[in-house]
Design a protein around this ligand. Structure first.
Ligand code: DP6
Length: 324
């Protein structure tokens, strides 16, 4: 007998204050809290069916069968769900997304948020938002932030139970736009999971972690007050601090390309001349240029003219993960 099929939809998110390093790897308990915004228009859609007749879990991503580590990571979440629902059935998971994977747009965030929601529903569970955020976190830390709507904070928590994300402001609170300048669509060499494990080898990581409460406070307040100048300054500092840790890890991680740095200079010059733009970069070479909606068209146009930029994706503020 098959159980009902559920399809869930989730957006990726861009972190303004970054998650970099775990204090507990298996549970994905972070060394610091983080703040992000969901990205509208970009999404992962995932369908889960548990079936008594299936011999193993199976995973189809963009119509391609996936085995190995990708499937193991999905089965890890399905095992947690089976444990919670007291279910033995294996599951068929089908997932599709509309943005390039591994290009500095955290595809794992949308993927595990959509999986947590669809798998728990398909297993007959009705989890609360914090429970879903915790479940998504186990698959990918940043996925905890793709469960709630709009502007989101993931509190590091004291333990497993209170390490989840919640909205700090709804979608319509502030009309921010993320213009993602694509510098490289190649799959990154060192993924976030391996990167988190290296964070502690940098002598700068403790300094970054010890300063997090200050950055979280400035960023949260800037969002709540819609203070773009303060917002742009803190997201750039936070991103530069995370990349300083990456570059000084053993072995060192250098995600930036020449074009990445070229965009930093442009963005700062544009802001100085009155365009409301600020940059942040995840574990990749692409630059997320956050703009006030009024500046977005102009920012997109100028980014397209910068040497080394092959494309620009434009996304507004996205909603919560939901069942479709
Ligand atoms: C640089 O959530 O992708 O994007 O938990 O191993 O899947 P895993 O890592 P992930 O790390 C995200 C790192 C980041 C910063 C951020 O999104 O906060």
């Amino acid at each position: 007998m098959s159980m009902p099929t559920f399809t869930a939809f989730a957006h990726p998110n861009i972190a303004f204050i970054k998650y970099w390093g775990n204090r507990e790897n298996e549970l994905r308990l972070p060394v610091n809290g983080s703040i992000s915004m969901n990205l509208d228009g970009l999404f992962t859609r995932t369908t889960v069916t548990f079936s008594a007749s299936a011999q193993t879990d199976s995973l189809l991503i963009n119509n391609k069968q996936v085995a190995g580590p990708g499937l193991t990571r999905v089965s890890y979440i399905l095992d947690i769900v089976r444990g919670m629902a007291n279910l033995q059935d294996k599951a068929e998971v089908k997932s599709e997304n509309n943005f390039p994977a591994g290009a500095g747009i955290a595809s794992s965030a949308a993927a595990f948020a959509a999986l947590a929601l669809s798998a728990s529903k398909a297993a007959g569970l009705n989890l609360t938002e914090p429970e879903l955020s915790r479940l998504a976190r186990r698959g990918s830390g940043s996925a905890s932030r793709s469960i709630p709507a709009g502007f989101v904070e993931w509190q590091m928590g004291k333990g497993e139970e209170d390490s989840f994300a919640f909205s700090i402001a709804p979608v319509d609170h502030w009309n921010l736009v993320d213009c993602v300048a694509i510098v490289s669509a190649a799959h990154k060499k060192t993924g976030s999971t391996e990167g988190h494990a290296l964070a502690g080898t940098s002598p700068l990581q403790n300094v970054r972690v010890d300063d997090t409460a200050r950055r979280l406070e400035i960023c949260r307040t800037a969002i709540l007050k819609k203070d773009f100048e303060a917002f742009a300054n803190i997201i750039e500092q936070d991103s530069d601090m995370m990349h300083s840790v990456m570059m000084t890890s053993t072995p060192p991680l250098m995600y930036w390309q020449a074009a990445t740095v070229g965009i930093f200079h442009e963005v700062r010059a544009w802001r100085a001349s009155g365009l409301a733009v600020g940059y942040t970069v995840d574990a990749g070479a692409n630059v997320h240029v956050l703009c006030l909606a009024d500046s977005a068209k102009e920012a997109e146009k100028r980014l397209r003219e910068v040497a080394g930029v092959s494309d620009v994706l434009v996304a507004g503020v996205g909603g919560a993960a939901k069942i479709v």
